[in-house]
Design a protein around this ligand. Sequence first.
Ligand SMILES: Cc1ncc(COP(=O)(O)O)c(C=O)c1O
Length: 341
Amino acid sequence: MRAFASDNYAGAHPEVLAAIAEANADHAVSYGADPWTAKATELIRARFGADASPWLVFNGTAANVLSLGALTRSWECVVTPDTSHLHVDEAAAPERMAGVKLLTLKTDDGRLSPAQIEPLLARQGDEHSPQVRVVSIANSTELGTVYSVDELKAIANVAHANGLLLHIDGSRLANAAAALGTSLGDITTAIGADAISLGLTKAGALGVEVVVFPNEPPAGFAWLRKQHAQLASKMRFLSAQVVAMLEDDLYLRAATHSNAMASLLATSVTAIPGITITRPVQANAVFASLPPALADAVRPDFPFYTWDESTSEVRWMCSWDTTEADITAFTTALQSAAAAV
Ligand SMILES: Cc1ncc(COP(=O)(O)O)c(C=O)c1O
């Protein structure tokens, strides 16, 4: 199957699988006191800062839930776009597991603007009102857009000026860094993020994400991870993936490629009758509207999701292993189907 449904449809990168196989020798201390975890920590600190504190977990929902749970108390809430993954695609895990209330905001393109934050703060200090504590944004966003460094700084500044913290859902942080030509640290710790969910799975790992704090973690974070069933016993296999993804900048090569494939896809389909690109293509997602009959005609061979039934908008995701041949085959299928419907 060659799919444009999700970057999670792609397999694991061969360099990651090789690293896991290589780690599968002899015995190693469990729960993270092993050389692979030490190396992963070193590589993360080289990117996020010498004092950064990394915590490996199994998936992105866990990274978000743990980040938000660590940053908030039970009466505090999290401001996030109404399109955010943690609001619409995590089955209320933040509410149930982190115990946070989410305050959602409408955005034009998935990106929060700093001006949207302060109006929510009128009742800070009022014991009857939930207290805003965290702003959580994703980069790249769920709508395939990317916050610039200046936009991130502006949000961090408004948050901090008002005593709030900034969480970045970096499920696709690699795609944002590749799009902006920055390092991972430039768009997280350097702009003042207080917790980061660093995604590596979509970029090519088999399955590992990292909660990164710029300094010491909030008190008790080790226990919080364990309570959330996110402490891997054979940690070396998670850590080996982190090492493989970061050591020779595999995450960046992979994301640069998937971004380029999205851009190629968007260019390739624009001339096809009935297809309109609906959003800026800034990372590895392409959003388009097309007649449902056209979408249905090609979907069996190239699976993808409808994003919004009401507008017939679909989302096409490119992955680290999307090839130019995939784009050509998909475009050709769309062209033929468009001529037939
Ligand atoms: C922006 C964003 N955050 C978090 C996640 C959660 O990842 P997982 O499915 O590994 O829990 C996803 C997954 O699609 C995502 O797109």
